[in-house]
Ligand binder design. Sequence first.
Ligand SMILES: [Mn+2]
Length: 407
Amino acid sequence: MADPIHLLHFADVHIGMENYGRLDPSTGTSSRVRDFLDRLDEVIDFGIEHEMDLAVFAGDAFKNRDPEPTQQREFAARIKRLADAVPTLLLVGNHDMPGMAAKASSMDIFQALDVPGVILGARPEGRVIETRNGPVFLAWMPYPSRNRLLARDEYQGNSIEELEMALRKVVAEILGDLALQAEAHDMPRVLAGHLAAAEAKLGSERTVMLGRDVAVFTSTLAEPAWDYVALGHIHKHQDLNPGGRPPVVYSGSLERIDFGEEGEPKGFCWVELERGGTRWSFHQVQARPFKTVHVDARDQSDPTEATLAAVEGMSLAGAVVRLIIRLRADQQTGFREREVEAGLGEASSVVIVREVETEARARLGDLSPEALTPIQLVDIFFQTRQEAPERQQALLGRAEELMRDTG
Ligand SMILES: [Mn+2]
């Protein structure tokens, strides 16, 4: 039997995310942009070292539709390195697409220049790709955008639900057609898609969403025609068809965007493609760690010292740190943030979140909010606002009326 074909699958690079970064004066860019580019380098280094035969980038190169020239240049330099080595699919994700169908995507430049080795996935298509280890049938489905797929007049005046159904049907038809094409080829077959699968567990893509997704059922993707389905769009790495054939895999994004991803590994997929017998593995990259530290200083005489003592010995070097500190209201002014930040000097960035015990919390005492009726909670809220008692009563009366009307 021939050697398997080695496929490198990665997605959601999102160059241009700058949150939790600092300006790097030597390059004029955010340290976080640097992070994202470094991760991309890691992926490409791995592929080249392990003699990949084919690379699939499953979409979303940039943070937004209008990336800065510096970011475009840095992305292009890396794609050039990939494409010089192996055939490389660049799938167009929703973040790469312009708002209007007639405008160019941030990836179109690769097609205009006809960069050797680059295959641009701007429209659904399938074709045989020759690799040094033999041919592969590679098909792709860029992000199913409403205004592209449902631009026709026949959908004018339809409800959101009707449009949703229509879009889902169009996508299923396209995927069905690609699977039919695949079946005519006796060779390993790969489907690449940038889309939301209905059964996927969501990740940080929600924080950067541009609109509502149409959700594609996993059963539409898990066609036996395919040997591997390489997905992008959802930032959480996952296999939607575990143990089954074909694997239907989100490689996930390469860097964390928010603290919701704190505990999630980040990386790419390395696939050994064989008709009917594909194996794949997930490889982690050195994504910058995100760490949340909780300190409860309410019983401490010096909350600053207590915090410094609590973080002492924690391995926070290079991490994006979120410090959540619980304080009594009277400790607010005594808490010296600058000193705490200095004490966390090894972290790459620090966010301090104060959770101050308000009078309302204190007044709740041992009562849990769940044990109170909505109107009782509203009452407590108005009390903390320190409105005049008559006004409080008037507001409470209004609130009661509103709740009756809407309830
Ligand atoms: Mn996306």
